[in-house]
Write a protein that binds this ligand. Structure first.
Ligand code: SAM
Length: 280
């Protein structure tokens, strides 16, 4: 069903394979009064391919502020507006956050038309834990800031996901190898495209893998790194029981279990069960 009037639709588009555009995404783009796109020339290729004549306006990081007012006026007039980015899901390392916040604040509806996202596609094939993960987007481009960010993530128990471009993949690989060593990871490149490749290896092996073939450093990359093993965190671990004993009287079993689970890295259900046992 196409989106109703006075609605902003956040429409995911393919990350490579055009067949990944959903029929619903096509319908929403076709009936929209206007499509806001990161790069109108790039997105016109998609709309032409789909046979869609909806006008396109640009919305990128340099004009998002100015465009917001125009889009709010259009929504106030009852128009259907769609937001797309160059590839994948808008707002995920792409523009749109300020627009969505403003549209919500103005009281208009925002609906998701979900679809491709490189981070989720990479996670789905990585074979690393997906029950909890941290999306870091693009790591800082400056070497010092990038290394500091990676240092801060060393003890992170959740699976780490980040984006990288061909310009920086070798430098980032060297930093990952130095810090994460034998930690398991997956590099996924050119997902859904002709030269799609995903390789599972230890972080320490990544620089040599990339250096072995120039083609391996081409295209677009998602890096997925296993979280820190439990034993790396154990020194800092706070006893679950001790925390629950303090928190349950103050916050009740549910809230106490949520906080204690987060602080100790315990599964929330397990912390809740333990809280029930302690109060019972
Ligand atoms: N919004 C997009 C999404 O939903 O995935 C991401 C946009 S971000 C500006 C572009 C980055 O996403 C690329 O540099 C790369 O790290 C990753 N990416 C996009 N398409 C990809 C693909 N087909 N294969 C691997 N990574 C991809």
């Amino acid at each position: 069903m196409p989106s109703p009037a006075a609605t902003l639709s956040i429409v995911a588009t393919p990350i490579g394979n055009l067949d990944d555009l959903s029929p619903r995404a096509r319908d929403v783009l076709a009936v929209a009064d206007v499509i806001a796109a990161e790069d109108t020339r790039h997105s016109r290729r998609l709309t032409s391919h789909l046979g869609i004549a909806t006008p396109l306006i640009s919305l990128h990081e340099h004009n998002e502020g100015a465009r917001i007012e125009q889009i709010l006026e259009r929504l106030a007039a009852g128009e259907r507006v769609a937001l797309i980015s160059d590839a994948g899901t808008p707002l995920i390392s792409d523009p749109g956050y300020a627009l969505v916040a403003a549209v919500r604040a103005a009281g208009h509806a925002v609906v998701a038309v979900p679809g491709p996202c490189a981070a989720i596609a990479a996670l789905s094939v990585a074979g690393l834990p997906t029950d909890r993960f941290v999306f870091e987007g693009f790591l800082p481009s400056k070497p010092g800031a990038r290394r500091a960010r990676l240092d801060a993530l060393l003890d992170e128990p959740r699976t780490l996901v980040c984006y990288e471009s061909s310009h920086r993949i070798a430098a980032t690989a060297a930093d990952l190898a130095e810090r994460f060593g034998e930690r398991r990871m997956v590099l996924a490149r050119e997902l859904t495209k002709l030269h799609e490749q995903s390789v599972a290896l230890a972080a320490a092996e990544l620089p040599a893998w990339l250096a072995a073939d120039d083609n391996r450093r081409r295209g677009e990359f998602v890096l997925v790194v296993a979280g820190a093993p439990e034993r790396e965190r154990s020194a800092q671990e706070i006893s679950l029981d001790a925390l629950l004993a303090e928190l349950v009287p103050l916050a009740g079993t549910k809230k106490a279990a949520t906080i204690a689970a987060r602080l100790t890295g315990t599964a929330r259900n397990a912390a809740y069960q333990r809280a029930l046992e302690l109060v019972g």
